[in-house]
Design a protein around this ligand. Structure first.
Ligand code: ATP
Ligand code: MG
Length: 437
């Protein structure tokens, strides 16, 4: 974003004109060198936080304890952090104290990977003390300094290494990988929220398979606080489950519930347990529910299909029931998921075989059509209420009323009955009289 860059340069200039050092640092320098979109620009400076606050009109003390002040410049926000060198790590996570040092190199030295340890001034001149540019060109993730020590200081860096390798399709340096294998148990010190955030970037990124393969080979997931059972990880090598995993990249990153459901299914997690596992992994309710609902939809539908013996009327009823229960959005995701999985059944190289073409055709004719035709999804959308029905037929309520309402819903949802008050009341009366006789 050239506007952001322009304003960022203004922040650097202002600091420098006042006699301080100031640079863009970290991810934005890396992304620009890689030709990737830059989403935010972090700045490092020799100015102390109170000096930064005094220098700019609009600032927010977003992380004073780490020396960070957010500077607002013509509508753009920049995190401006005083050069720092972290002293003594405890518990393999937080720095116990932050010592401000007026020096760029020691600020860069505390950063995790060579590609994240570069600085850039407002004229575009890059400071690259640790060979970040060379490693980017070679597609290598390398720690700044001794990998084992850096992972010992902060075990989250192991997860970040796998994430960057996955998202950029890079490979870990040999030294990094050896340290990661050796230090993997220390991931247990890291809060699940932070591990989950990295896992999300892997699974919802462009190359999740690469990240998952690295996670599996690293053993990191066996050492987290809420581990995935080893048996599940081993079973990932299974051909059927690999097919599910391979399909991950066929879905766009924003099809999050589909991607998570595929991963859970590949791990052999049943729909009933999926939400619980995701909650343990600190996923949001919405994310856990979406993935779990998709899995349960899939399980229920497969069972219904098996039990229906090819009876289309019965199948259609099952479909409507599932749509009512899980909602239209999950049904649409399921169709999308199923279609892509069917396509990948023959493998990417092979032409789509006859049987797959037939299955796709059936999917579109049956489930797909029903999905499009289902216009009423909840009892509330019916043109009558339970009270209307009681009044119309002059009876007392009871469990039969709920059954009757559901029956009406099926009839309307399957297009057998118009959603009109008079028609529904008439239909209700007929059913009650038949049953009551
Ligand atoms: P992105 O924001 O695209 O995920 P990023 O590199 O900007 O990538 P951030 O988490 O925003 O990642 O961190 C900004 C910078 O801070 C990094 O580029 C790196 O220099 C440094 N950094 C972040 N986390 C760590 C860490 N755990 N250990 C050392 N340095 C880190
Ligand atoms: Mg960032």
């Amino acid at each position: 974003d050239p506007l952001m860059r322009r304003q960022g340069e203004n922040v650097l200039k202002r600091l420098r004109e006042t006699g301080f050092q100031a640079y863009f640092v970290g991810g934005c320098v890396r992304d620009e060198l890689m030709g990737r979109p830059v989403h935010d620009m972090d700045i490092a400076t020799s100015a102390k936080p109170e000096e930064v606050i005094a220098l700019f009109d609009r600032t927010v003390p977003t992380g004073i304890q780490h020396g960070t002040v957010t500077v607002l410049m013509n509508g753009q926000a920049f995190e401006v952090t005083t050069f720092r060198k972290e002293a003594e790590y405890e518990d393999h996570r937080h720095p116990s104290s932050v010592e401000f040092v007026e020096e760029l190199t020691s600020d860069l030295r505390r950063r995790d990977f060579t590609m994240n340890a570069m600085a850039c001034d407002e004229s575009g001149r890059i400071t690259d003390v640790f060979g970040g540019r060379r490693d980017i060109e070679a597609g290598v993730i390398r720690c700044v300094g001794d990998a084992a020590e850096r992972f010992d200081e902060d075990a989250l860096r192991m997860m970040r290494a796998v994430r960057f390798a996955s998202v950029f399709a890079f490979r870990p340096a040999k030294s990094l990988w050896a340290a990661l294998r050796g230090g993997r148990a220390k991931i247990a010190y890291i809060a699940m929220e932070r591990i989950r955030a990295e896992l999300e970037k892997i699974v919802l990124g462009p190359y999740p398979l690469r990240g998952l393969a690295l996670l599996q080979r690293s053993g990191l997931l066996e050492s987290v606080k809420a581990p995935v059972p080893q048996a599940a990880l081993t079973a990932l090598r299974d051909e059927g489950r690999l097919t599910l995993l391979n399909a991950l990249e066929s879905f766009p990153p924003d099809a999050a519930e589909i991607r998570w459901s595929l991963l859970l299914q590949a791990l052999g997690v049943p729909g009933e347990e999926a939400a619980g596992l995701m909650k343990k992994w600190t996923f949001s309710n919405a994310a856990a529910q979406g993935a779990a609902d998709l899995l349960r939809f899939d399980e229920h539908w497969n069972a219904a299909r098996e039990g229906s013996d090819g009876d289309l009327t019965l199948l259609r009823r099952h479909w409507i029931e599932l749509e009512l229960r899980f909602g239209k959005k999950i049904a649409a995701s399921w169709l999308d998921r199923r279609e892509t999985l069917l396509r990948s059944e023959t493998g990417p190289e092979a032409a789509i075989g006859r049987s797959v073409a037939e299955k796709l055709d059936r999917l579109r004719r049956e489930e797909g059509r029903w999905h499009r035709e289902t216009v009423v999804h909840t009892l509330g959308e019916l043109a009558v209420t339970g009270g209307d029905i009681l009044q119309y037929i002059g009876r007392k309520g009871g469990p039969w009323l709920g059954e009757l309402m559901k029956e009406l819903l099926f009839e309307v949802a399957s297009g057998q009955l118009d959603n009109q008050r008079e028609r529904l009341l008439e239909f209700a009366k007929v059913v009650v009289n038949e049953d009551g006789a």
